[in-house]
Design a protein around this ligand. Structure first.
Ligand code: AP5
Ligand code: MG
Ligand code: ZN
Length: 209
C-alpha cells in the first residue's frame, strides 16, 4: 500500500507512521528525517537545508522531489511505503502523481492549540529518530533513548518562533493539498486527538487494514 500522511506539524504523522509500519510492513519515509540525516552528516544537501529547516520554512521543491525520487527507488520501497511530510506543496503532489501515485492520503486532524502544546514538549533521538514527549511519552532515563541509547534532544524547529512559522507555512502551502487529494477521491480523514493507540485503531478501521 502506498500512503501519504498529511497534517499540520505535530499532528502525530511520525508517531503514527512508526506504529503503522508494523501493521503494513512497508517503510516509513519521512522527508524531515532524510533532511535531518543530511544535516547531521554535514553533506552538501545538509548545508543547503540546515538554516531553512531551523526557521521552519520549506526546502525548495526541486531538492525535495529529488530526495524522494532517490528514496523511492530503493528496493525496500518496491511494495509500498508511508510518505510522512511529503508532498507538502502542489508541485510536489504533481511530481509524485507522475512518479508513483499514492493509493490514499491520510489527513490527521488536530487543532492548533494541541499541536503547539505537543511540539513544545517533543524530544527526538539523535541516533534513531524515535519520537518522545516529556509530558506524555518520556524516555525511561532523562535525555537517553530507550531504543538505542542515543541522545534525546529538542529539534531546532520546536522553538516557539519556528513552530509559529511552520504552522503559517502549513496553512499557506500544504493545507490546500487536502482539497487536492479530495478531488482525486484519495482523501481519508482521521481524528488525530487521543492516545496514539486509539488513533492507530481509527486508522486501521478507516483503511481496512
Ligand atoms: P518534518 O520533520 O516533516 O516536520 P513537520 O511536518 O513539521 O511535522 P513534525 O515532524 O513536526 O510533526 P509530526 O506530525 O511528525 O508529529 P510527531 O509524531 O513528531 O519537517 C521538518 C522540516 O523539514 C520542514 O519544516 C521543512 O523545512 C523540511 N521539509 C520536510 N519535508 C519537506 C517537504 N516535503 N518539502 C519541503 N520541505 C520539507 O508528534 C509530535 C509530538 O506529539 C511528539 O512529542 C509526540 O510524542 C506527540 N504525539 C504524537 N501523537 C500524539 C497523540 N496521539 N497524542 C498525544 N501526543 C502525541
Ligand atoms: Mg514528523
Ligand atoms: Zn534512539
Amino acid at each position: 500500500m502506498k500512503l501519504i500522511f498529511l497534517g499540520p506539524p505535530g499532528a502525530g504523522k511520525g508517531t503514527l507512521a512508526d506504529l503503522a509500519v508494523d501493521v503494513l510492513k512497508v517503510p516509513h519515509i519521512s522527508t524531515g528525517d532524510l533532511f535531518r540525516a543530511a544535516v547531521k552528516a554535514g553533506s552538501p544537501l545538509g548545508l543547503k537545508v540546515k538554516d531553512i529547516m531551523a526557521t521552519g520554512g520549506l526546502v525548495p521543491d526541486e531538492l525535495t522531489i529529488e530526495i524522494v525520487r532517490e528514496r523511492l527507488s530503493q528496493p525496500d520501497a518496491k511494495n509500498g511505503w508511508i510518505l510522512d511530510g511529503f508532498p507538502r506543496t502542489i508541485p510536489q503532489a504533481d511530481s509524485l502523481e507522475k512518479l508513483a501515485p499514492a493509493d490514499r492520503a491520510v489527513n490527521f486532524e488536530v487543532a492548533d492549540e494541541i499541536v503547539i502544546g505537543r511540539l513544545s514538549t517533543r524530544r527526538v533521538c539523535r541516533g534513531c529518530g524515535k519520537i518522545y514527549n516529556v509530558k506524555t511519552m518520556a524516555p525511561k532515563k532523562d535525555g537517553v533513548c530507550d531504543a538505542c541509547g542515543g541522545e534525546v534532544y529538542t529539534r531546532d524547529d520546536d522553538k516557539a518562533e519556528a513552530i509559529k512559522f511552520r504552522l503559517e507555512t502549513y496553512r499557506k502551502q500544504t493545507e490546500p493539498l487536502i482539497a487536492w487529494f479530495g478531488a482525486k477521491g484519495k482523501l481519508v480523514t482521521i481524528d488525530g486527538v487521543g492516545d496514539p493507540k486509539v488513533v492507530l485503531e481509527r486508522f486501521r478501521k478507516a483503511l481496512g487494514v
